[in-house]
Design a protein around this ligand. Structure first.
Ligand SMILES: Cc1cc2nc3c(=O)[nH]c(=O)nc-3n(C[C@H](O)[C@H](O)[C@H](O)COP(=O)(O)OP(=O)(O)OC[C@H]3O[C@@H](n4cnc5c(N)ncnc54)[C@H](O)[C@@H]3O)c2cc1C
Length: 383
């Protein structure tokens, strides 16, 4: 069986979910076929982002995805705590799945679930359905976003975490997210607790590590979350949901060439190496692609767009090298503690991968964070 489309979206994760929504908004008649190997789109995530920049660009189609929004957030380190007034928001997989399903429910478009792409070429993809049936989809543009596992091999550290959505016996009293509570014991690298108040009696609590290893003892992290929650006087009555992440944070990354099929999302290098997060970058790429026709994906505008992104990426990779190679694991928090003394706009632009020259100078110049180790620098220079 053959199918014809303007766009074939390989993988129904965050990146292509946003591409589908941006296309539906900018090109309502485009024939879009999305192919996802899983039974649903977007997996099991709560995707957070610093809201200001993303929403200014893409508000009409991002807005329905936002499940929670706050007008600021807090951070806490042993020697420094701060409230930041930058808006923060989160999107859920369920909302993304619902919006994308609706967006693809139009003539000429299709959502193929439980379907695995076995070949992605410049002008077509081959798809194997759960039944074993093979379909060829011819498309003017193929956007391949199969996630971190599909990306090139990298030299990297890891952001790993367990998140628990907890229903509490009594209101917790938090008004803002606690993005990093690094006042906890520093174990297995830079460790912090991340707390999102989702409702007066509901919290998402994540125990997070910037570590050298992928090893994650879920039972131990559950116990650590329980200790943290108890220490704050919160009494959980139910764990409504759990999410686990082990995300590569590279300091060396071979960027794929800009050729068809376009590698998008994490696998194409469209993510933030320091955090492993990609929401603002994925939204920006989706907006960029939707502003052009399916036959106009490649060319000078994409090259200029990629050059801008890749120069930001290069800076972030250098920061990761510094974080992982210049500091002992238990001293890494000093780097983040110093970072959170920067002007608020610099912090916001850092997370959006939109740093200016001045931001970059502020991040690396000046009195170095405590814990800088010559021994680690020399050892790291070899990797
Ligand atoms: C638990 C967790 C929490 C996170 N929280 C945040 C956050 O708060 N903010 C943020 O910005 N980022 C967050 N991230 C990171 C973010 O999820 C990734 O950066 C983002 O999902 C990358 O998008 P993507 O589309 O490239 O890949 P993915 O979202 O991983 O999507 C890839 C999709 O391709 C599908 N696929 C793979 N191979 C095939 C194939 N052969 N055929 C068909 N389909 C295929 C997969 O099933 C998957 O659905 C989190 C990650 C995790 C694991």
């Amino acid at each position: 069986m053959n199918v014809f489309a303007d766009y074939a979206l390989v993988g129904g994760g965050l990146q292509n979910g946003l591409v589908a929504l941006a296309l539906r908004h900018a090109r309502p008649d485009a024939r879009v076929v999305m192919i996802e190997r899983g039974a649903t789109i977007g997996g099991n995530h709560t995707w957070c982002f610093h809201a200001g920049d993303v929403e200014a660009e893409s508000a009409p189609w991002i807005d329905p995805l936002v499940a929670h929004r706050w007008d600021g957030y807090d951070v806490a380190f042993p020697a420094h705590a701060r409230h930041l007034a930058s808006p923060y928001a989160c999107v859920t997989s369920e909302r993304l799945a619902a919006a994308v399903t609706l967006a693809l429910d139009t003539p000429g478009s299709q959502l193929l679930l439980d379907s695995t792409v076995i070949e992605a070429a410049a002008d077509h993809v081959m798809v194997r359905a759960a039944t074993g049936a093979i379909t060829r989809i011819d498309a003017t543009a193929v956007i391949d976003a199969r996630g971190p596992d599909a990306g090139p091999r990298t030299a990297c550290g890891w952001q790993k975490f367990l998140g628990q959505e907890l229903v509490l016996e009594r209101p917790h009293g938090l008004e803002h997210p606690m993005l990093m509570d690094a006042t906890v014991p520093q174990l297995d690298g830079f460790r912090f607790l991340y707390v999102l108040p989702l409702a007066p009696d509901r919290l998402l609590v994540e125990d997070t590590y910037f570590s050298e290893s992928t090893y994650l003892d879920v039972g131990m992290l559950r116990a650590r979350i329980a200790d943290y929650v108890a220490a704050h006087g919160w009494v959980p009555t139910q764990v409504a949901r759990e999410e686990v992440g082990v995300i590569p944070l590279p300091w060396r990354y071979e960027l794929p060439p800009l050729q068809a099929p376009l590698l998008a999302g994490y696998g194409g290098g469209w993510f933030h190496p320091v955090t492993g997060y990609s929401f603002p970058i994925a939204a920006r790429l989706a907006t960029f692609l939707a502003a052009r026709g399916p036959g106009e994906v490649f060319g000078p505008p994409l090259e200029a767009f990629a050059v801008r992104h890749r120069s930001q990426l290069a800076f972030a990779l250098r920061l990761n090298r510094m974080l992982y190679h210049w500091f002992a694991p238990e001293d890494r928090y000093h780097v983040l503690e110093r970072f959170y003394r920067l002007p608020e706009d610099s912090i916001r632009r850092f997370y959006a991968l939109e740093t200016t020259r001045m931001d970059r100078a502020r991040i690396v110049i000046g009195r170095p964070p405590r814990g800088l180790s010559l021994r680690h620098m020399l050892r790291g220079a070899a990797t």
